[in-house]
Ligand binder design. Structure first.
Ligand SMILES: Nc1ncnc2c1ncn2[C@@H]1O[C@H](COP(=O)(O)OP(=O)(O)OP(=O)(O)O)[C@@H](O)[C@H]1O
Ligand SMILES: [Mg+2]
Length: 255
């Protein structure tokens, strides 16, 4: 059985269908990029994987069980909007990332010192060592985003959910964070779902690129149908040229 299995899920809010008939199987260690138009339900899909919401219909299993509700070391998350703790300093936010991996969520003695060392190593890696004692509100958007990425990665989760994680970063920093993510992934065999609006990034990092789109469309009632996975591209070894990805297949339009 696959590590992450999504079977015929649907999600509706107030009778508005957001996603429908979503099926996908993912092996442990795979890197899945997710692309699609704004509002088509990508973040909704991640929330379902996270266990924050339950689907209207269908089932999701991760390693044979339902997605858990509390954050734990199984899953790390970087939300579309920065998700760091505002009342903790930069360093404390990273220590909290390790804290998720303990049963009680806090650390003592040697475990605390190890978490501190891990936090300081991460600070260097994400380039925030000079602001270790500042609070997130005093950082730029890109710095807060790096902090959120660092926090999610410190716990070395089995499943990492990334919602447009690099959106606020300048091109140079973005490439550095790509390299860091790939190194960490090679070292840990994490399973990663990453939403991005950047197709090139999706194909560069992902083993597969899933496209969410609405194959059914009622012009008189745009909310009538939800989006589903219309393409599942093999992106290993460069995959197909990413430019072709959004060409619609005319055969599915009238489905
Ligand atoms: N809790 C909710 N209650 C009602 N509607 C919601 C809720 N969450 C999301 N939606 C709606 O579901 C649709 C999909 O939203 P979602 O955030 O998943 O899109 P997205 O693909 O991530 O878009 P973007 O690329 O802009 O981030 C939107 O129309 C949104 O308004
Ligand atoms: Mg979103």
């Amino acid at each position: 059985m696959s590590f992450v299995s999504v079977s015929d899920i649907w999600q509706a809010y107030d009778d508005r269908s957001i996603i429908e008939r979503v099926n996908v199987s993912v092996d442990e260690g795979e890197f899945i990029s997710i692309v699609g138009a704004s509002g088509c339900g990508k973040s909704t899909f991640l929330r379902l994987l996270l266990g924050q919401e339950r689907p209207t219909r269908g089932e999701i299993s991760i390693d044979g069980g339902e997605p858990a509700v509390e954050p734990n070391r199984e899953r790390g998350v970087v939300f579309q909007r920065y998700s760091v703790f505002p009342h903790l300093t930069v360093r404390e936010n990273l220590i909290a990332g390790t804290g998720f991996s303990t049963r009680f969520g806090f650390l003592r003695g040697n475990a605390y010192r190890a978490a501190l060392d891990a936090a300081d190593a991460m600070l260097l890696r994400i380039g925030l060592n000079h602001v270790a004692n500042q609070y997130p509100a005093s950082l730029s958007g890109g710095m807060q985003q790096r902090l959120a990425i660092g926090q999610a990665m410190t716990a070395k989760p089995r499943v990492l959910l990334l919602d447009e994680p690099f959106g606020a970063l300048d091109p140079g920093t973005r490439i550095q964070m790509h390299e860091f993510l790939m190194e960490l992934r090679d070292a840990t065999n994490m399973t990663i779902f990453m939403v991005t609006h950047d197709l090139e990034e999706g194909f560069k990092l992902g083993d597969r690129v899933l496209v969410f789109d609405k194959p059914r469309w009622d012009p008189d009632d745009p909310g009538a149908y939800g989006a589903t996975i219309t393409y599942d591209f093999d992106a290993k070894n460069g995959g197909i040229p990413f430019q072709n990805i959004l060409k619609r297949d005319p055969s599915v339009q009238s489905a």
